[in-house]
Design a protein around this ligand. Structure first.
Ligand code: CAA
Length: 387
């Protein structure tokens, strides 16, 4: 594809390294872990050693010191093998490490980024609550300063890596009357008294990634565990989600490519009415639309990755680019997975072929890190001058 001129030798190397790792270590276990719902801890640790868990994190904080394009390419290859692995990788890299690097103190970066970027520990991001998803500023959980400690109370839900995370970046109200401006961000470490894991979600897709509720009951943490100033939490959450949405776009391209490649292979083998089904327009046109949308999604995602790099120099937010990439790429993943199942016919409905997993995994990309309705709202506001 013509976008390849945007890639450096370093980009190609990390893409290849991720592809090799994914084919060797992830593909052989993906179906089994999807079925059992077991968390692939061993592989996640290996991904840490490969430098995949903190790709954009500077080496001094345990990361690989690479750019957003490198992150997109590696994440796409992991997702192509298994979306669950890529979900854990995405949250670790962008929802967790990115925000701390941007808003944290030197001490916080050393303490909370280094072990997570190196893959020694797993990070999670906890914004959503049972009654507060898209309307994130309406959260009910509360953090109250008491001397040199905060006391945390509340129930968080849909936390990716919730059951296994060593450190959680959690958002709570410190001043409910101020709405979005009354939210603050905190680090909570596993083992802290008053912090426990709640119900594990039985999910349709990305079943090997662990998702749960988190419970905070008079959970006391040092005041030094607050990220940014009191009231900065919502901006931190939103800034971080801008980065996260580029990850979801990359993940979506990986799922879409996997669905497309499986379909091409199947359509060239399967015969009906005396010829290969790829020779029927009913199949060929589906493949044409899948391929076209994948390349369009890649263009938007690369553009968002470049906008994020620009942001480092100019400070211009990349919210619009990230939302457009996430919106289009996730709908491309769903479109491709849907067509892949149809092209496979009955085989597409069987667990003996991977496309039914792609179909189930693709759906979440249209929901998490901001539903596509929220992405359209963000895009309208920014592109049509609504706000
Ligand atoms: N970057 C920086 N600041 C931002 C921002 C961004 N992208 N978006 C908003 N802000 C700032 C605004 O400038 C505003 O600041 P001021 O008060 O200083 O003016 C403040 O945040 C409030 O902004 P809005 O008035 O726009 O807020 P809103 O209440 O209208 O909500 C929203 C905006 C876009 C709908 C937001 O609530 C949103 O993105 N919702 C979706 C939440 C989401 O993605 N949840 C997924 C959680 S993670 C997950 O899926 C689980 C997982 O583990 C993967």
């Amino acid at each position: 594809m013509s976008f390849s001129h945007l890639l450096t030798d370093e980009h190609r190397m990390i893409e290849q390294a991720a592809r090799d790792f994914a084919q060797k270590e992830i593909v052989p276990i993906a179906t089994e872990f999807d079925e059992s719902g077991e968390f692939p801890l061993e592989n996640i640790k290996k991904m840490g050693k490969m430098g995949f868990m903190g790709i954009e994190v500077p080496e001094e904080y345990g990361g690989s010191g690479m750019d957003t394009m490198a992150y997109v390419l590696a994440l796409k290859e992991i997702a192509k093998a298994d979306a669950s692995h890529s979900t854990v990788m995405s949250v670790n890299n962008s929802l967790y490490c990115y925000g701390i690097l941007k808003f944290g103190t030197e001490e916080q970066k050393q303490k909370f980024v280094t072990p997570v970027a190196s893959g020694e520990k797993i990070g999670a991001y906890s914004l959503t609550e049972p009654m507060s998803g898209s309307d994130a500023a309406t959260m009910r959980s509360r953090a109250v300063l008491d001397g040199d400690e905060y006391v945390l109370n509340g129930l968080k839900s849909w936390v990716t890596s919730g059951p296994v995370a060593d450190i959680v970046l959690v958002f709570m109200m410190t001043d409910a009357e101020k709405g979005a401006r009354g939210v603050s961000a905190f680090f909570v470490e596993a083992g802290t008294k008053g912090f426990s894991r709640g119900k594990k979600e039985p999910k349709l897709g990305i079943r090997a990634s662990a998702t749960s509720e988190l419970i905070f009951e008079d959970c006391r943490i040092p005041a030094a565990n607050r990220l940014g100033k009191e009231g900065d939490g919502f901006k931190i959450a939103m800034t971080t989600l801008d980065a996260g949405r580029i990850g979801i776009a990359a993940q979506s391209i990986g799922i879409a490519e996997a669905a497309f490649e499986a379909s091409v292979e199947f359509a060239n083998i399967r015969e009906a009415f005396g010829k290969k089904i790829v020779e029927f327009q009913g199949t060929g046109f589906k493949l044409a639309d899948m391929k076209t949308r994948i390349e369009a999604a890649r263009g938007l995602t690369y553009d968002a990755a470049m906008a994020k790099e620009e942001f480092k120099k100019t400070g211009r937010r990349f919210t619009l680019e990230a939302s457009m990439a996430k919106l289009f790429a996730s709908e491309t993943a769903m479109f491709c997975a849907h067509h892949a199942v149809q092209i496979h016919g009955g085989m597409g409905y069987s667990k003996e072929y991977p496309v039914e997993r792609y179909f189930r995994d693709a759906k979440v990309t249209e929901i998490y890190e901001g539903t596509n309705e929220i992405q359209r709202m963000v895009i309208t506001r920014l592109a049509a001058g609504l706000k």
